[in-house]
Ligand binder design. Structure first.
Ligand SMILES: Cc1nc2c(=O)[nH]c(=O)nc-2n(C[C@H](O)[C@H](O)[C@H](O)CO)c1C
Length: 153
């Protein structure tokens, strides 16, 4: 099995390095890394990781900035990532941490690390342990901040 990790230089946290560290903790897989300037460059990077470097799944890591132009870029990047998944029939786990989700730099670094690590676990589950995800269905998982938990009545 091979996992692709694409990330950006725009991000203020080295999310690619964190993802690779976490993937290695959970699985003995080959890893291909591809770093691009920004989130809008992630769709083609992910598609190349799948088609040219034969990855079975890809993590697409990015950090949209806080202004409207950045949010529009993030939306466009998301749409590209969805299209790349459909074109390749392969999961691309989008791991975006919006700069304005965090109160300060400290929280931003913490959030980016935690969300990246939790989604790295999800990527391993998707390709190697899909039954684990079935067991987690409906449990209100969140990546980064606290889980929402199941709704009760
Ligand atoms: C406005 C803008 N905002 C972001 C952002 O918030 N996060 C990010 O990762 N990249 C941004 N970029 C850069 C584009 O994604 C891309 O790298 C360039 O348009 C070159 O293709 C741009 C141009």
């Amino acid at each position: 099995m091979k996992i692709g990790v694409c990330d950006t230089t725009f991000s203020r946290v080295n999310m690619g390095a964190i993802a690779i560290d976490e993937l290695r903790r959970h699985a003995s897989v080959s890893i291909e890394r591809y770093t691009v300037p920004g989130v809008k460059d992630l769709p083609v990077a992910a598609k190349k990781l799948i088609e040219e470097r034969e990855c079975d799944i890809v993590m697409a890591l990015g950090m949209p900035g806080g202004v409207d132009k950045d949010k529009m870029c993030a939306h466009e990047a998301s749409q590209g990532l969805i299209k790349a998944q459909l074109m390749t029939n392969t999961h691309i786990i989008e791991v975006f941490v919006h700069e304005d989700e965090a109160k300060n730099d400290n929280e931003l670094a913490w959030l980016a690390e935690r969300r990246t690590r939790e989604h790295a676990e999800n990527a391993v589950r998707l390709i190697l342990r899909p039954d684990d995800l079935i067991k987690m269905a409906g449990t209100g998982q969140r990546q980064g901040f606290e889980d929402a938990g199941p709704a009760r009545r």
